[in-house]
Write a protein that binds this ligand. Structure first.
Ligand SMILES: Cc1ncc(COP(=O)(O)O)c(C=O)c1O
Length: 297
């Protein structure tokens, strides 16, 4: 089956899908992106992802003339064309093509690329979903709340993790404060047994998985402390886990080669993993049911 990509108004074979060499995404990293999880052909937490995309575009003053509903229709088409049941959709929007000059061009039209690829179905077993992490210095810029395509520090961090045989690199900022993962948000059950994650600000990405989980916790009156914590608090935590579109809720059982607590998946992490998986499954069921009733009408 030929993979299909969408580029600026055209659906084309993935291997022929290209953008201009003076695209500002290529030249300057002047663009934003989203990764949306797909399960059984259904986008998970789509509203959160599309609203974060709109915010990222707004923060960089990239003006999209295409309405969001058209972009959503394109994403749905790309998923269908590629027959992706489980996997991810990728949306990238740059400021467009213009003669190379750092300042914003007057006439450029945003470049829109949408792809989709196959991936695993939701994990059933939290134990086999567990992974390890390493810590590295956070060398990123001051607007990490924007999901920009400038990912070089994240690339270097993930590579350091890979070379150490770990899944994720946890970024440590000034004063030894834990920021987030190279592609995930970091949570702990601290030494006092309190669920904790760093507050949102310009130094980390407001994760959609984090937002969805936070809502699930609020509905169940489970308290989360949104307070910064140190590298020592991380390594001394009772439990550590990550959230992200591909990590979902991922237990971290060792950091820098040293087990977290007894090195087993903790009870809080296990419960939150179950909560999030059930939340994703509910969305799949309700979308499939509404599609079915529409078709049956
Ligand atoms: C730096 C960073 N932090 C956090 C996340 C988690 O965000 P989400 O839950 O929306 O995938 C990501 C996802 O790619 C990321 O790149």
């Amino acid at each position: 089956m030929t993979r299909i990509a969408y580029v600026n108004g055209r659906y084309m074979p993935h291997r022929k899908a290209t953008v201009h060499i003076e695209d500002r995404g290529y030249q300057f990293g002047d663009g934003v992106y989203e990764v949306l999880p797909i399960q059984k052909g259904v986008l998970i937490d789509a509203d959160l992802h599309f609203s974060r995309l709109a915010r990222s575009l707004h923060e960089l003053s990239i003006v999209m003339r295409m309405p969001e509903r058209s972009l959503r229709a394109i994403v749905a088409n790309v998923i269908r064309e590629n027959r992706v049941q489980n996997g991810i959709a990728y949306v990238q929007i740059t400021r467009g093509v213009a003669r190379r000059d750092h300042a914003f061009p007057k006439l450029a039209k945003p470049t829109v690329v949408v792809t989709a690829r196959h991936g695993p179905s939701l994990p059933e077993d939290v134990e086999s979903w567990a992974a390890t992490a390493v810590t590295v210095s956070d060398i990123r810029w001051g607007r990490c709340d924007i999901k920009s395509i400038n990912l070089l520090p994240n690339v270097l961090a993930k590579q350091a993790a890979r070379e150490a045989g770990a899944y994720e690199a946890i970024l440590i900022g000034l004063d030894d404060i834990v920021m987030e993962g190279s592609a995930s948000n970091v949570w702990i059950v601290n030494a006092d047994g309190v669920l904790q994650t760093r507050p949102l600000d310009n130094h980390i990405l407001p994760g959609c998985t984090r937002a969805a989980l936070t809502e699930l916790l609020a509905e169940r009156d489970i308290v989360v402390s949104e307070r910064a914590f140190s590298r020592n608090a991380l390594t001394g935590a009772r439990e550590v886990f990550l959230t992200g579109a591909t990590a979902l809720v991922k237990p971290i059982t060792a950091i820098d080669g040293i087990p977290v607590a007894d090195g087993a998946v903790g009870t809080v992490t296990r419960r939150l993993f179950d909560l999030f998986i059930a939340h994703a499954e509910r969305q799949v069921r309700s979308k499939l049911q509404s599609d079915f009733s529409r078709g049956a009408m």
